[in-house]
Design a protein around this ligand. Structure first.
Ligand code: CA
Length: 256
């Protein structure tokens, strides 16, 4: 079989303390033509990841020495290597914390190797695309920039600016993670339409996360704690048994 050039240039760091699982992943990835290296504890993994530019890191959360989330946080301060987390079933908070800390994806153990390979391909593709400079947001155009439809959303005194990736309330900036931003944007884009948890999950996480809809509730809680609670408003409404909605208020939807 002819070696795939993109794969032979791809080195994946496998961080997993269960030796059998690590070996299994290593063999499967090698079979697919990827270069691999292994680390069995968090401290070693962090050291390796800081020393070398891996194309991708598969990072277990429950690790000796330093847990995966801590490895991820420390790594993200230094570089932007894409990370896929390997998490235990039902560890929803770990998943959310991991995504907020900058992981591109997570996969729940036990997983089918085909699923892991698919997620690796998606992560590599996304990261490759993200490497291009965002020409759309060139600073020279910012001064006299008139927002095009769909670029800005307002609700009460809140403003969400899509190209600038910025949310403000009375001109005060609200710091949101990328996924919180996407969730808020999705709700504002669909003003007065009740969105199901599945719909929100798909928008926010990009593709199907079957049975993980409680992740949505966690993000809604974060958004409420950062916006509703801080400014004493009731922006995001729960529709019991259905999902969430932001309802337009008279004269404040920015369309007059
Ligand atoms: Ca482990």
């Amino acid at each position: 079989m002819k070696p795939d050039l993109t794969k032979t240039e791809t080195t994946i760091l496998i961080v997993e303390d269960e030796e059998k699982l690590a070996r299994f992943i290593e063999l499967e990835l090698a079979h697919e033509g990827y270069q691999t290296e292994k680390a069995g504890d968090g401290r070693t993994a962090l050291h390796m990841a800081l020393q070398k530019d891996y194309t991708l890191i598969l990072l277990d959360i429950m690790l000796p020495e330093l847990n995966g989330l801590e490895v991820l946080r420390r790594l993200q301060k230094e570089k932007s290597t894409p990370v896929i987390l390997l998490t235990a079933r039902d560890a929803v908070m770990d998943k959310v914390a991991g995504l907020d800390a900058g992981a591109v994806d997570y996969i729940t153990k036990p997983f089918a190797i085909e699923e892991l390979l698919a997620r690796i391909r998606v992560a590599l593709k996304l990261h490759g695309m993200a490497a291009f400079p965002d020409s759309a947001a060139s600073p020279s155009h910012k001064e006299n920039h008139q927002p095009a439809p769909g670029e800005q959303f307002t609700w009460d005194r809140l403003l969400l600016d899509v190209p600038r990736h910025r949310v403000t309330f009375d001109d005060e900036e609200i710091t949101l993670t990328n996924r919180e931003f996407i969730m808020l944007k999705t709700l504002l884009q669909n003003m007065d339409i009740v969105l199901s948890r599945d719909t929100l999950l798909e928008k926010v996480c990009g593709y199907e996360y079957i049975g993980e809809t409680n992740v949505v509730d966690v993000y809604i809680r974060y958004l409420r704690s950062k916006i509703d609670e801080v400014y004493g408003i009731k922006m995001i409404q729960t529709v019991r048994g259905v999902g969430y909605v932001i309802k337009s208020k008279e004269g404040t939807n920015g369309k007059e």
